[in-house]
Design a binder for this molecule. Structure first.
Ligand code: APR
Length: 239
């Protein structure tokens, strides 16, 4: 395959993104030096048990994540993907990120596997509400008196069936799969490169580091997300 991808030659393209996609915007990754799970124990902040024990503490942790995300802006890698989506309608993003950075870059067709920092829900009433643009949540308790819960897939949670089924459908029918900035250790996302490969997709990994998933890729680009995307799609400008 030529070094520069001709988007029009593919029927369905998936950008599969993880925390490394947002890292260049300044959003910390989860693992490795300076990672969120280095500083905070997920058992205290990112699971249903922690929420039941200490809802205020868990909500404060997520408000901090929102404040940090709002300090960051999408980088040119996000913009490149968004620009490709404006020209072609067969491009999807499947992301593990909860920071909403792809949306802020103007992207559409986004599947958020792990939920979003920008939604909150009442499990008592089964309501999900958007809560955008500010660090603190508009309300921490529902009118019914229940603590509102970030609409995020935490450790030990099941993923949303409909979201997983949509992701499986489009990944198993794509012919180009580009993984960007994920360590590939969290399931079911860790199984997606193999799924794409087994169904005949050409698979590319953009990550400065080798990962658990590297074996499945036809091509690996050991660069940061923005530079890797620029080179892969032949963008010449610096957005
Ligand atoms: N460009 C591309 N990749 C990068 C960059 C960059 N500029 N900087 C770091 N990376 C890579 C790292 O080499 C690493 O492989 O991003 C990856 C980040 O890995 P993780 O922190 O483990 O993030 P992720 O794979 O998205 O985690 C998956 O784990 O804790 C849960 O729910 C959380 O969605 C998260 C999931």
């Amino acid at each position: 395959m030529n070094d520069v991808i001709d988007v029009s030659k593919f029927n369905q393209i998936i950008f599969f993104t993880g925390a490394g996609m947002s890292a260049e915007s300044g959003v910390p990754t989860y693992r490795g030096e300076g990672g969120i799970w280095d500083e905070y124990k997920w058992e205290n902040y990112a699971c249903q048990n922690a929420f039941e024990r200490d809802p205020k503490g868990v909500l404060a942790f997520h408000e901090l994540r929102r404040i940090e995300a709002l300090k960051c802006t999408p980088h040119r890698g996000h913009q490149y993907i968004s620009r490709l989506q404006q020209c072609y309608n067969h491009i999807w993003i499947v992301t593990q990120n909860i920071d909403g950075m792809h949306q802020r870059a103007g992207s559409e067709n986004i599947i958020e596997l792990h939920g979003s920092l920008w939604r909150i829900r009442c499990d008592q009433e089964g309501k999900i509400m958007e809560d955008l643009k500010q660090g603190s949540y508009r309300a921490q308790e529902c009118n019914c008196g229940t603590w509102l819960r970030p609409d995020i897939i935490w450790f030990q949670d099941m993923l949303n069936d409909k979201v997983v089924s949509k992701a499986n459908d489009i990944i198993s029918s794509c012919d180009l799969f580009i993984s960007i900035g994920t360590s590939g250790v969290v399931w079911p996302a860790a199984g997606y490169p193999k799924m794409a490969k087994d169904n005949g997709a050409y698979c590319i990994e953009i990550n400065p580091e080798e990962t658990e998933l590297t074996y499945y890729f036809d091509k690996t680009i050991r660069l940061p997300a923005s530079t890797g995307l620029r080179d892969l799609f032949g963008f010449e400008d610096e957005i």
